[in-house]
Every structure is written in structure tokens, then in C-alpha cells.
Design a protein around this ligand. Structure first.
Ligand code: MLC
Ligand code: AMP
Length: 506
């Protein structure tokens, strides 16, 4: 994999990563990062010739160690399984067992929190230092001379995604998939080694991993790593004109606008000038409302570039870097990506303004759902990956209309399965029946909303429910509101009619 990240080599002394921590910044050059990744790979191999697609999970916030681990696993021939550091333990158990993970990398308090779980699942728990320290005293060449050659078709990464089913599925991409997902964006969005970008999105999803981190490293740019979305710190750096590219989910633009409202006029001007001088601001992972697009332009003069993607395909559609960026639209297929609309009989739709499912083909498309041949087969028709998203073509640009399933919710850029949340809520001792839907929300895009029928004699307040959810699901899945009803609306087949629940709210 080393050769496919052209800037990650022994002679490039430019700054690759800046890790922002409470104790100050830690900076690393491409050459030093390259050596760390090689050493980490050699340490993982520990006399083996090749990891042969061993699944190695890691539980780390954005950091130099995260990048070392990701690239080290790739270079040693393993499959990288990055996990959400905000996950509840019960969720982790599913990821680790379904991927048959054999080793887990975590440092410090994150490592401590996993001791019991790893012991129960017979997973070896290691830290970055454990892997690297035996190699530190050896010269660079000794540590790295025996790394395997990895064919591009080999499996490289597994990311978990929610579907309409109860439990998340592992989406497997190969080295070739990842290279295709990166290079199309390098081309389309004109990345160069002059770029500098903040990375504050979670690093268990493609938006953070591919669009920001991997594109940045491939291009030779500088990526500033933040453990979380630290708005004041990031805005300070924006005001200091440190960045020329900014990528975020719509919720973050909404939160920035609210933040501006809390500041005095001078502070707002400094920050908005910092955005103004950038070459590119991108929004994606969820629909960017036209109102938000306009507000951002009025505040910063930036015309947001909206694009559309998915864990299984990387990025598929994008407004142009040069040319018309149209509000409420996601543009056209990226270079090397084929995207078309199809009707329910699998006929291609070419007429404008006629809704159809977006289907995608190209080297950017994932290989398979891990250990789930039937789900993989069902998601392709004639070689096209079926996204489940419905769109129209409107004067040459795709416009997303929604999803074919009401059971998928997009909240703050996270894709959530209503059924997964319902499955957990049903284990509450007061709940007899439950239905979860996404309700339109200005900040989150969609807010998770739970409708419950209680068992007789039982009561349940929203605060009680929220407290109960703690530790049972990631915080962002916890319903934002609770509606106790006498009965759920059902059709003649007895199935809950979720659109009728939305009508109840109206
Ligand atoms: C946090 N909270 C959320 C939430 N994120 N609630 C609903 N939806 C979310 N997305 C809740 C927390 O549980 C907490 O609740 C409260 O909000 C404050 O938490 P926080 O962590 O301080 O919030 P903040 O840091 O502001 O996080 C918001 C966010 C984050 C937008 C930065 O959600 C985020 O990073 N989203 C991006 C996810 C992403 O990268 N998606 C891309 C997937 S890839 P309480 O009650 O405890 O106060 C993909 C493909 C593509 O989609 O096209 O890119
Ligand atoms: P995920 O599975 O988490 O990768 O999320 C992918 C989903 O996010 C897609 O299937 C879409 O439903 C949604 N999505 C991504 N980008 C956009 C966008 N620009 N507009 C609307 N929906 C989007």
C-alpha cells in the first residue's frame, strides 16, 4: 500500500499531521510518519510474512497513532477495522464478533475500557507502544525490509454501516477500492500539497477516513487532527487563516451559524474572513437545505460544494469544483464513477424529473458485506450497487428526494437503523411496543423520535428513558423525544405504518 500513497515516503519532510491535544500540538512529517507506519507494520507481523487479512480493530480518536495503526495494518496485509470511540460496549461486541477480530489496538484510558470485553471475546489487546517498542532501537531498514507486497484486490478495510436490518453490517473495501475513492476526489476537488484542512469528524466513517484524512495524505497536504468537534479551537485556527479547505456535515454548518450568533461582531468577522479566504467548503453525508446553503454564503461568501456518498461507494456524485454549484442538488457522477437512476423493474430512467433509485458502478464500489453473501448479492442488480436513495435528474444535476426505506434515519450525518434502536428499546421493562422514526429537524436533519405503547400500569418519562439508554447505545442514537401512545397505527397486515406516525406529529 505504501507506493499507492505517493507522498508517504522516506524523503518527504513536509508536515503531514498536526495532532491537537490539551497539552499542545504534536507535529509529524511525511517521512517520520512513513517510518512509524513501517515499524508498526513490522511489529504487527512479528516474524510472520503477511497478516493475510487478519482483522485488527482499533479504538482511537484522531491522532498520529490512529494513522500509524491504519497504515501499519494495510502495509502488513491485514484488514483495518476502525471503531467508533463513542460506541456503547454492547455495540462493540457485535462489531468484534461479527468481524472475528483477533487483535485490538488502543491506548491509555481507551485501552483500560476494553480489558474486560477483549478478555471475554479472546481478543489480544495491544497498544501502539507495545507493537513499536521492540523495533525502536533497530535501524529503519531493519524494521521495514520484510514488509509484504499487497495486491490491490486484497481486502483492506471494514466499516460498519446500519441497514434496514437490526444489526450493522461490515462493509469491506479493497486497496483498489480505497485508491479509486481517493483519486477521484483528488482530481475532482483539485487537492494539492498546498492544502491544509482540519479533521474533526469521527474516524470510523468514510467522510473522515477517505474524504479528509486519506485524500489529504495522498495529496501531500497538512491535516490537523482534532479528537472531537471543538468549535472554539477550530474557529480560532480558521480565523488565523490556517486552513484553505473545510469539509463537514450540514449539522456542523448549522452549529457554526448558531455559534456565530453567540459571538460579538468582531469575532464573527475574523472567523468569517477565515472561511472567506478558503478555496473550498464542502457539505455532505446528509442533505444540505437550501436555506443553510444561502445562510453560509451570506456569512462567508463561500458557495458550498455539496456531494453525495455512501460507505459502500465512497463518493458518487458531486457539484463541480469549477462551474455551477446548485443549492439542493448533488451534481453529477464523479470521474470514474457511473451513477444512474432505475425504476422498480430495473429499467434505466433517462427522462428528467422522474424519480428512481440511484445505482452505482465503478472501482469505487465496495467488495462485499463481511460474511454475508446474501446481503451482498441482494444489494446488486446486473453489477449495479443499489443505494436505496431516490433521486431525480433536474436540468442535468441529481437531486436527492429521500430514501426508499423509512427505517433509515440520518441524524447529524450518522446513518441509523430505526429497527436497531427499536430492538434495544423493546428490552425496557415498561415498553410493550415501539416504533422509531426520523423527524425533520433544523440542527440534526432528522431527529430520532420514539413512539411507545407502555405495558399496563407502567409509566415512562423522557428523562428516565434517556438515562436508561446510557451505555446501551451510542449517544447519538438515543431518541431526542418520546411519545407515549395508546396504540401504534398499523395496516391490514399488522405492520406499523410509520408515515402515519409523522402525520400524528403534524
Ligand atoms: C451528537 N449528538 C447527536 C449527534 N451527535 N445527536 C444526534 N445526532 C448526532 N449526529 C448528541 C450527543 O449524544 C449529546 O447528547 C449531544 O448531542 C452533544 O454531543 P456532542 O458530541 O458534544 O456533539 P457534537 O460534538 O456537536 O457532535 C455533533 C457532530 C457529530 C455533528 C459533530 O454528530 C458528528 O461528528 N457527525 C458526523 C458523523 C459523520 O462523520 N458522518 C459521516 C458518515 S459517512 P446529550 O443528550 O448527551 O447532550 C457518510 C457517507 C458520506 O455519511 O456521504 O459522507
Ligand atoms: P452512510 O451509510 O453512513 O455512508 O450514509 C450514506 C447515506 O447518506 C446515503 O445513502 C444518503 O442517504 C446520505 N447522504 C450522503 N450525502 C448526502 C447528500 N448530499 N444529500 C442527501 N443525502 C446524503
Amino acid at each position: 500500500m505504501r507506493s499507492t500513497f505517493p507522498q508517504l515516503n522516506a524523503s518527504n519532510l513536509k508536515t503531514a499531521l498536526v495532532e491537537s491535544t490539551e497539552g499542545g500540538n504534536r507535529v509529524i512529517s511525511y517521512a517520520a510518519l512513513n517510518l512509524r507506519c513501517d515499524r508498526f507494520a513490522a511489529g504487527l507481523l512479528n516474524e510472520r510474512a503477511d497478516l493475510e487479512e487478519e482483522r485488527i480493530a482499533f479504538f482511537m480518536p484522531a491522532s498520529i497513532d490512529y494513522v500509524t495503526t491504519l497504515h501499519g495494518i494495510w502495509r502488513a496485509g491485514g484488514i483495518a477495522v476502525p471503531l467508533n470511540v463513542a460506541s456503547a460496549v454492547s455495540e462493540l461486541e457485535h462489531y468484534l464478533s461479527s468481524a472475528s477480530v483477533s487483535r485490538m489496538v488502543a491506548n491509555g484510558e481507551y485501552r483500560e475500557s476494553l480489558v474486560e470485553l477483549c478478555a471475554a471475546l479472546n481478543i489480544e489487546l495491544i497498544s501502539v507502544d507495545d507493537v513499536m517498542s521492540p523495533l525502536i532501537s533497530e535501524g529503519a531498514e531493519a524494521a521495514t525490509k520484510d514488509l509484504p507486497n499487497i495486491a490491490p484486490e486484497r481486502r483492506a478495510m471494514m466499516l460498519f454501516t446500519s441497514g434496514t436490518t437490526n444489526k450493522p453490517k461490515g462493509v469491506v473495501s479493497t486497496h483498489k477500492t480505497i485508491a479509486a475513492q481517493i483519486t477521484t476526489l483528488i482530481d475532482a476537488w483539485a487537492w494539492t500539497d498546498n492544502d491544509s484542512i482540519p479533521l474533526f469528524l469521527p474516524l470510523h466513517h468514510i467522510h473522515g477516513i477517505i474524504n479528509i484524512l486519506s485524500c489529504g495524505l495522498w495529496a501531500g497536504a497538512t491535516v490537523d487532527l482534532y479528537e472531537k468537534f471543538d468549535m472554539p479551537a477550530i474557529c480560532e485556527k480558521v480565523a488565523a487563516k490556517r486552513y484553505n479547505v473545510f469539509m463537514a456535515v450540514p449539522t456542523i454548518y448549522v452549529k457554526l451559524i448558531h455559534y456565530f450568533e453567540s459571538l460579538d461582531a468582531d469575532a464573527v468577522e475574523r472567523i468569517s474572513n477565515g472561511f472567506k479566504q478558503m478555496r473550498l467548503n464542502i457539505s455532505g453525508s446528509a442533505a444540505c437545505p437550501v436555506k443553510l446553503f444561502d445562510q453560509w454564503q451570506a456569512l462567508t461568501s463561500q458557495v458550498l460544494l455539496e456531494r453525495y456518498g455512501m460507505t459502500e461507494i465512497g463518493m458518487g456524485l458531486s457539484n463541480p469544483y469549477k462551474g455551477e454549484r446548485r443549492a439542493g442538488h448533488v451534481g453529477q457522477p464523479l470521474p470514474g464513477v457511473q451513477a444512474k437512476l432505475f425504476d422498480e423493474e430495473n429499467n434505466e430512467i433517462t427522462a428528467e424529473d422522474t424519480p428512481g433509485e440511484i445505482r452505482v458502478r465503478g472501482d469505487n464500489v465496495f467488495l462485499e458485506y463481511w460474511n454475508n453473501e446474501s446481503a451482498t448479492t441482494e444489494s446488486f442488480v446486473d453489477g449495479w450497487f443499489c443505494t436505496g436513495d431516490v433521486a431525480v435528474i433536474d436540468k442535468g444535476y441529481f437531486r436527492i428526494m429521500g430514501r426508499s426505506s423509512v427505517d433509515i434515519i440520518k441524524s447529524g450525518g450518522y446513518k441509523l437503523s430505526a429497527l436497531e434502536i427499536e430492538g434495544t428499546l423493546l428490552t425496557h421493562e415498561a415498553i410493550a411496543e415501539v416504533a422509531v422514526i426520523g423527524v425533520e429537524d433544523e440542527t440534526w436533519g432528522e431527529a430520532v423520535s420514539a413512539f411507545v405503547v407502555l405495558k399496563s400500569e407502567k409509566t415512562l418519562s423522557y428523562d428516565e428513558l434517556k438515562a436508561w439508554c446510557d451505555g446501551k447505545m451510542s449517544g447519538y442514537k438515543v431518541p431526542k423525544n418520546l411519545h407515549v401512545v395508546d396504540a401504534l397505527p398499523r395496516n391490514a397486515m399488522g405492520k406499523v405504518t410509520k408515515p402515519a406516525l409523522k402525520d400524528l406529529l403534524a
